[in-house]
Structure formats: structure tokens, C-alpha cells
Design a protein around this ligand. Sequence first.
Ligand SMILES: [Zn+2]
Length: 479
Amino acid sequence: MWEPVIGLEIHAELSTSTKIFCGCSTEFGAEPNTLVCPVCSGMPGVLPRLNEAVAVYAVRLGLLLNCSINPNSVFDRKNYIYPDLPKSYQISQLYTPVCTDGKLEITSGGKTKIITIREIHIEEDAGKLIHDPLSGNTLMDFNRCGIPLVEIVTNPDFETAGEVAEFLENLKEILMYADICDCKMQEGSIRADINLSIRQKGGELGVRTEMKNLNSFKAIGRAVESETKRQTEIIESGGKITQETRRWDDNKQKSFSMRSKENANDYRYFPEPDMQPLIISDDMINGIKNTLPELGTQKRERYEKDWHIAKNDAEIITSHKNIATVFEELSEKSGSPSESANLITGEIMRLMNTHSIRPENLKVNCDKLSYLIKLEHSGKINGNSYKKTVAAVFKDNVEPDDYIMKHGLLMNSDNDAVSRAVKKVLSDNSVAADDYRNGKEKAFGFLMGAVMKELRGSGNPEIIRKSLTEILSNGDGRI
Ligand SMILES: [Zn+2]
């Protein structure tokens, strides 16, 4: 029985505002080649200078992944010639990475497992090549040159695609909650490569391949399964696996050989002569330790324990840091975490879906929404009007009071107005009224709805229910 043995290499772009060795902006999506300077475009004679925030983020991640922090790590020059790399070398760390020997616990298929992390090193990103299918030309954008990266390298501890996905989800949550990386996979902020070989259960490790171009967690799962099958078929038919880098094509659900896999010596690594060693003092480590942010798992625990939020709701809320932030602000301002959780997991999620808003782009006015939570709670507006006004605040940031007055949404608790509406509905719907009197309970819901409609959605459901029951049992409203 063949089993896959999988290791991961994950590149994460750090959320610093400037690049790793110069002051250029790291903004995504700017006009090509507008965020470049002599340093990041590799002009002769320039010198790199490390952005301190890069070291802070790398150490923060190392601490969160239980790594040892190297007090004295060195940068190395990785030489290769490729059009996206104007310097023809990349500054990275080969021999002494900044963090080593970490671990992260995952739960997959009901089993808990520790995945060990070999190292985290700091490096710079290369530029981007854009292939223009119309002209057949390739264009170069150097804006990405010098964007700071950390590369997280795991040991080959994974046995299934499910374990890989779970690890990546956990890691992504840590990167996002600790503000280390925005984890926008669609913008390439986090990219994972898979190293995979197969072996007989418990036997010796086989030759591995590296798979690149995986741009979603789902694609990673499919690639793991496809590569396991491909290697098994080759070995079972008497063939040999070639050590190589393969490119995954998710549309074709297939991988293609890119190049034979390079070894470290192919890159002629040597210590980077333009860089000082990176010295990390105990004071610096302690300072970072003392300011570690609250992570998703800790938030979920706190919401459940202190605020009595259901586990499922806590998971939805913490699925993105931005949603959790909105939830906490709403809870504080409205004084009701449970109603804030209901609003977020219900209406807000629905509105985000309808308007195709990604969690990272969610922006709501918590002052206005918390005011609406209070209005609904105190019985000034009913559930219908609450939802309508929430939607209007969400979409157009309307003033709640103006909107409620303009649309007549204040709860109509005027007994006379309600009983007039009830009588009108009963006379217009005598069949349903008779049905109810003859024991068809369902007809009551229909009549409730009709009265609410008559009151333009703003009726007080309790008063309608009472009035309807009374009038029906008195025999009024019969024609
Ligand atoms: Zn620059």
C-alpha cells in the first residue's frame, strides 16, 4: 500500500508598508513599474538596508509557531538569472534562518497531530512577468521586487490532503490575526508549494517532486491527490520518479514538468556581502512576546466562555479578523454580544453574499448598527423594520432615524390602528378566517402576515396576535 509523504514551503508576503531593503511602497495593484527605485531594481552600486519591521514580523511568527529564535542570523545571496529578477540574485537566508524547530497542532479526520516546522527564513520577492497572449510578448512589472517575504518550511509530516488543508487554514489564521500577512491568496500574498513523494507504508522515503502554482487551498488538495496517483502509477508500472519541479494546472486538473529540481549548489549561495548579520536581542524578543495579539482560537474561547456565543457562531465570526473586529465593536457599543452575533451571522453575512463583499473589505457603521440593535431590543421597531434598516445602513449608510420615519417603520403599537387593520383583513379574507375557526391552525399565520402587510410591515407582532385572536374568537369580522 503506497502512502504520500508531504512537506510544505509557504511564502507569505509581510504586511509592512515599505519594501524589505528600500523605502518603496508595498501597495498592491499600482501601475506597473511605478513603485521602484535604484535599490529594488538592482542598479549597480546601491546598498540594501533592512526594514526593521521585517525582523519584528518574522520573530512574531516564530514565537507564534513555537520556534527557537536565532539571535544571530545571516543573509545569503542566491544567484539565478531570470527576467523577473533585475539583480540576478535574491537576498535570502540559507545557512542560518531566523527561526527554526517550530510546531503547529492540527486536527484532521478527528485526529490531533503535531506538524513540525523546520525553519522560517526571510527573503525578498522577485518581480512579476505578465504574458500577453495577444502580442505573444512578455511584459515585466518590478513593483513586486523587494516585497518582504517569510518562507515557512515544514518537515515532511503530512500524510493526507486534509492535513495539508487544515495546517494551511491554521497558519493563515495566525498570519492574519497577528497582522503578519493579509493572506489574500487571489493577490498572491500567500503561496504554497508542495513537496511530495510516496513510500510503502512505514518504508523509506522515495524521490520527491515539487509542485508550484497552487493558488487556492482547494487546488492544493486536488494537486496532492493527482500527484500521489501519478507517482503510484509510475512506480507500479516499473518506472522511476524524477526529481523535478512541476506546475499545477487547476483547469486541466493536471501537473506538467517545469524543470529538473535544482539543488542548493545550483544557486551558488554565498554570504551576502552587502548585509550585516541580523542580531536579535533577548530584549527585542521579550518586547515582541509582550505584544503578541489575541489569535482566532483565543477569541473563539473568549466569545464562548465570557459572552456565551454558540460555538458555530463564534467560528463564523472569527473566520476573518475583520469580521471579529466588527463583532467586538458592535458588542461593546450595543452592550449585547448575543444580539451582535445574531446580526453578523444572519443579516450581515447575507448582505455580504448579496453584494459580493469579501470579509477583508467589510466596512459597516457600528454606531448606527448598534443603535438599531437597541431600537429593536426596546421594541421601537419590529424584526422586519430592523432588517430593512440594517440593509439600508449596510448599503447606503443612511441615518437610521430618518430612514425609519421616512418609511413609516416605527413599530405600530396603536391598539386601535391594529384592530382596524385586523377587521379589514378578516373581512377581505373571510375564507381564511373561517378555515381558522374550523380548526385550520395554518390559516392564522396567513392572517398575521396579511395584517402585518396592511400595517406596511411595521406592526407589533404581539399586539397583532392578541387582537387577531380576540376578534376571531368573538366572531367579529365575519361577514
Ligand atoms: Zn525600491
